[in-house]
Ligand binder design. Structure first.
Ligand code: ADP
Length: 666
């Protein structure tokens, strides 16, 4: 037994020694190194057969393994970035432009010559500093008095002020105060011959970064200036670094994010925050818990092994409703450039600097995000693709990609335009192209299987609509509208959901009863209220609508919105519901191929609604001919590209009476 014990002790001592050396050479910040050594001290005193030993060992290992000072160098060649974005993505020109602008700002900030204001009433000091700093590559402005410095501060922007403390007129502290009032980000260095503790404290409170004592050595000046500006560039370059991509699934948010990372030469990782239920998933568990783990953010940093990857946080609008703790404050701690240079994961328990990370957040609908979060982000909206765009993307990107992935490159099948159109019409119904890609993948897979069965007898395959039918089966989707008859009490509406625009039908029926409004079809609160408002409008205007005043006394009215899968809420179905009711009560059928969207007021006005582009795309897909939109949405329509409006007649209305004229068949 004693031999056994001895060898175990020896092993432990070896492990501890090995770790000690690794810690010493791991380039950790000094506070982390201290912590690691403290833990190591503890480790050396615990028996290796205990669970605690493993916990401490794992922790030390984790600390050592984090990329405290590892970074990839950014490639800030804008032309290259543009090429990468274009090569991988069709269209999206506005989005690419915004991203390139975002990167340009980074480049400009990085390449800008820092501007320094030098203030001193000793001419020779100013002259010497001016000459030295210019040689160092800075842009320098000088002032020989406090008053002159005030004027220069009013007239120009500076990154750094270096000022003498004691001057004839206004003292250095006031100069710094003035500079900070104008721009809180400005850095300051106090130059003085009378360095005293008191004035030093005062200066630091005002935000002076450092002291330079006269007479100074140029080496010292160089180091101090560099240090001051280092802090400055960090705050600028990270300030706007949270991009938020919103839009329906399959519209390219993830792949553009990946392309941004590749364009910059950074590593890329994704974290899905949708459905997260516990703050610990973001912030980590405290080590006192059994089985404690770091949060996902630190874990991805650990995995990518750099402190400046592009981190994509997916589905931020779908954080679990029953989240333990406040999700937006947890996320802000990580994302907010003002605080994330000291991000503390509960497991790590020491700050990690996340300010080098570029965060890209995705959401289906920006409105679903908490305001505090949304305000910190630069939101870029992605929207659904038109049919023409889908065809282009399929033929130019998705088909070649799937051919390559399914090993068909040696004998690539050729997809005809008709075949792709058939897949789009009959096998997909979506704003993006995720399902389209999946269907193309299925076709390619079946072709590959065929080759293998025929022992690689390679004949050229042309994918025609017939072949699509053979491989994908009978059509799954129909034009919902074009095939329907006009009916009394049934109208077509357009809503905007997380997955893009969608067609809904509103059905109204009446029966003997005592004036009850029955609403079914799992409607949200806002939509239920819209239905009530629509009914009240009709009751109060029964005369002008040619409806008997007492219709609601002896009857119940039932409004139903089928298609359980579509989440139905929001005010934009108000006009659609009202027309279904008017159609029912006047017995005039409503046109099915006219789709209505708009909020209805109690006085019969139609108010503007959101998601116009998505709604138009969905309408066309469903075979709608005419769209009735609120007058105030006219600008939205005018700003849309022509191919979104192709084949649709758009009618703008201001009141419900105009909708009646357009939709009811008299
Ligand atoms: P999202 O993140 O918005 O759900 P993805 O980025 O996952 O969408 O896109 C789904 C697929 O469609 C990916 O394979 C992507 O490369 C492709 N894709 C999307 N938009 C385009 C586009 N404009 N050009 C080429 N491919 C695209």
């Amino acid at each position: 037994m004693s031999i056994f014990k001895k060898s175990e002790e020896k092993l432990q001592a070896e492990t501890v020694e090995e770790l000690r050396q690794t810690i010493a050479s791991a380039n950790m910040p000094s506070n982390v190194q201290q912590l690691a050594n403290k833990e190591l001290e503890m480790l050396s005193k615990i028996s290796p057969s205990t669970a605690e030993y493993t916990i401490v060992l794992t922790y030390i290992d984790y600390l050592i393994g984090l990329p405290w000072d590892k970074k990839t160098e950014d490639n800030l060649d804008l032309e290259r970035a543009e090429n990468i974005l274009n090569e991988r993505h069709f269209g999206l020109s506005e989005i690419k432009e915004r991203i390139l602008e975002h990167l340009s700002v980074k480049i400009l900030v990085r390449n800008k010559k820092p501007r320094i204001l030098v203030v001193d009433d000793e001419k020779i000091v100013v002259k010497n500093l001016d000459r030295f700093l210019r040689k160092e590559g800075y842009s320098v402005t000088t002032a020989l008095s406090g008053a002159e410095a005030f004027n220069k501060l009013d007239a120009f922007e500076f990154d750094l002020v270096m000022t003498d403390l004691k001057m004839q007129d206004i003292d250095g502290i006031d100069v710094i105060e003035k500079a900070k009032n104008k721009n809180a980000d400005i850095q300051a260095i106090m130059i003085t011959g009378y360095a005293s503790v008191n004035s030093a404290i005062k200066a630091i409170k005002k935000g002076a970064f450092h002291y330079l004592k006269k007479p100074f050595k140029f080496e010292e000046v160089r180091a101090t200036v560099q240090k001051a500006l280092e802090k400055k560039s960090l705050t600028i370059s990270t300030k706007s670094s949270v991009l938020c991509f919103t839009g329906p699934p399959g519209t390219g948010k993830t792949s553009i994010g990946k392309a941004v990372a590749d364009a910059l030469g950074r590593k890329f990782a994704r974290i899905s925050v949708g459905g997260m239920k516990d703050e610990a998933e973001i912030m980590g568990h405290r080590r006192t818990y059994a089985g404690a783990l770091p949060g996902r953010i630190i874990d991805e940093i650990h995995r990518t092994d750099v402190s400046n990857p592009v981190l994509m946080l997916d589905e931020i609008d779908k954080i679990g409703q029953d989240f333990k703790g406040d999700p937006s404050s947890a996320l802000l701690e990580a994302l907010d450039p003002e605080q994330n240079n000291n991000f503390i994961d509960h497991y790590l328990d020491v700050p990690f600097d996340l300010s080098g990370v570029i965060f890209i957040v995705t959401a289906n609908i920006a409105d679903n995000m908490q305001d505090t979060l949304r305000d910190r982000m630069e939101v870029i909206e992605f929207s659904g693709y038109t049919e023409d765009e889908k065809k282009e993307i399929a033929l130019r990107y998705l088909v070649p990609k799937q051919i390559h992935e399914k090993g068909l490159s040696d004998n690539p099948p050729e997809f005809t335009v008709d075949a792709v159109t058939k897949i789009i019409h009959e096998h997909t119904r979506e704003a993006g192209i995720r399902n389209l890609e999946r269907q193309i993948a299925t076709v390619c897979r079946k072709i590959a299987t065929g080759f293998v069965y025929q022992k690689n007898a390679l004949q050229k395959i042309i994918v025609t609509p017939e072949l699509v039918e053979k491989y994908l089966g009978p059509r799954k989707y129909y034009f919902e509208v074009a095939d329907e008859e006009n009916r009394v009490g049934v109208t077509t509406g357009l809503v905007w959901t997380e997955v893009g625009g969608a067609i809904i039908f509103v059905e109204a029926a009446r029966m003997k009863g005592s004036g009850e409004l029955i609403l079914t079809g799992s409607l949200g609160d806002v939509m239920r209220e819209s239905a009530q408002a629509a009914l009240s409008y009709i009751r109060s205007n029964a005369g002008s609508l040619n409806i008997p005043y007492d219709f609601f006394e002896k009857q119940d009215i039932h409004v139903h919105v089928p298609a359980g899968a579509i989440p139905k809420d929001g005010p934009s179905a108000g006009a659609t519901i009202a027309i279904a009711l008017i159609s029912l009560l006047t017995a005039h059928p409503a046109r099915r191929d006219v789709a209505i969207t708009g909020e209805l007021t109690l006085t019969g006005r139609i108010l503007p609604v959101g998601g116009i582009k998505e709604k138009l795309l969905a309408a066309r897909q469903a075979g709608v001919k005419i769209i009735v939109l609120p007058l105030k949405n006219r600008v939205d329509v005018e700003n849309l590209p022509d191919d979104v409006k192709k084949g649709l007649e758009v009618v703008h209305v201001d009141t419900i009476d105009e909708v009646v004229d357009r939709v009811l068949v008299k």
